[in-house]
Design a protein around this ligand. Structure first.
Ligand code: ADP
Ligand code: KDG
Length: 302
């Protein structure tokens, strides 16, 4: 999506100007991965219009494989305006119906889309956008299972896009295929209505449930262990995208063979860095920036 970042904080009706940038949970995640020197392929459909060109070129410039991003002349590229509070918390105002994703159906994909892929990541925002997207996601998950590729899923619940009941019904179809469930604490409570993490994990046999807790850090639950890690201390400017950054760094660590405490450290670091900069993905760190921030490498400023 195109995101319009406000020139000042506070209610959108008092914001006179915006800066055009690029956002979208899935692309943020893909960029998070490429900044950490791993390869990412983004599957999507955007408008064949000026904003679509901005997104396409931006993704390509970040080194994301866009060979499976199609462009349609029939539906405009989606946009959203962001409101930012004094504490850095964001509100979204969407202009995305209809979505170009209407033209990306399950028939457009065959197994080769996952050739050379080590992990499939799905964001729940995608599922909210068009009814047939769950069918597309299930087809991809099927390909992933055939190829023995792990699946990570972030529900990224957006109640401005659909109801909690519709979200629950769609996500329910995925949980038992998910290896890593990366979710916010409030989101987990809303989705699972008071059920325990252990209970959810056992029911769907999810290898790891990762709970993101904003400035409180994050926790990971496996079948036998629980790991907790505090957040890094920062001044939050714009927290939108912190969750995607966290996911990308966690998945990076997972694929790199790092243990869970190390993955949590990397992920908390990436989430914090994104929250310190205005924009959904501008703050996504390179590997070196991340290592400097979490204290593994010395930072030479001048
Ligand atoms: P989501 O957007 O998925 O709900 P969070 O807001 O929980 O995600 O943020 C994801 C991660 O980013 C957190 O678990 C934490 O590591 C980091 N983070 C977010 N906000 C802050 C903050 N104010 N201070 C430090 N770290 C933060
Ligand atoms: O996670 C960040 C996303 O929320 C943002 O980039 C825009 O994908 C987006 C959405 O639909 O909210």
């Amino acid at each position: 999506m195109i995101v319009f970042n406000p020139s000042k904080t506070g209610p959108l009706r008092f914001v006179p100007s915006f800066e055009r940038a690029v956002g979208g949970a899935e692309l943020n995640f893909a960029i998070g991965i490429t900044r950490l020197d791993m390869e990412a392929r983004w599957i999507s459909c955007i408008g064949d219009d000026e904003f679509g060109k901005v997104i396409y070129n931006f993704a390509r410039g970040e080194g994301v494989d866009v060979s499976h991003v199609s462009r349609t002349p029939n539906i405009p590229t989606s946009i959203y305006f962001k409101e930012i509070g004094e504490d850095g918390a964001g509100k979204s105002f969407y202009y995305r119906k209809p979505s170009p994703l209407l033209e990306l159906t399950a028939d457009c994909l065959d197994e080769s889309v996952l050739d050379g892929v080590d992990l499939l990541h799905i964001s729940g925002v995608y599922l909210a956008v068009c009814e047939h997207n769950i069918e597309v996601a299930l087809k991809l998950v099927h390909f992933a299972k055939v190829k023995n590729i792990p699946v990570s899923f972030d529900p990224n619940l957006r109640l401005k896009l659909w109801t909690i009941e519709d979200a629950r019904a769609a996500y329910e179809k995925l949980y038992s295929s998910v290896n890593l469930l990366l979710t916010g604490q409030d989101e987990f409570e809303l989705l699972f209505e008071g059920r325990t993490v252990k209970g959810v994990q056992q029911q769907y046999q999810i290898d790891e449930i990762i709970i993101k807790k904003g400035e409180q850090g994050a926790s990971v639950y496996t079948a036998t262990e629980q790991y907790d890690r505090a957040a890094f201390s920062i001044r939050a400017i714009d927290t939108v995208g912190a969750g995607d950054a966290f996911d990308a760094a966690y998945v990076y660590g997972y694929l790199n063979g790092d243990d869970i405490p190390e993955r949590l450290r990397l992920a908390n670091g990436a989430g914090a860095l994104v929250a310190t900069i205005k924009g959904d993905n501008e703050g996504l760190p390179s590997l070196q920036e991340l290592k400097q921030f979490i204290g593994d490498e010395k930072l030479i400023e001048r």
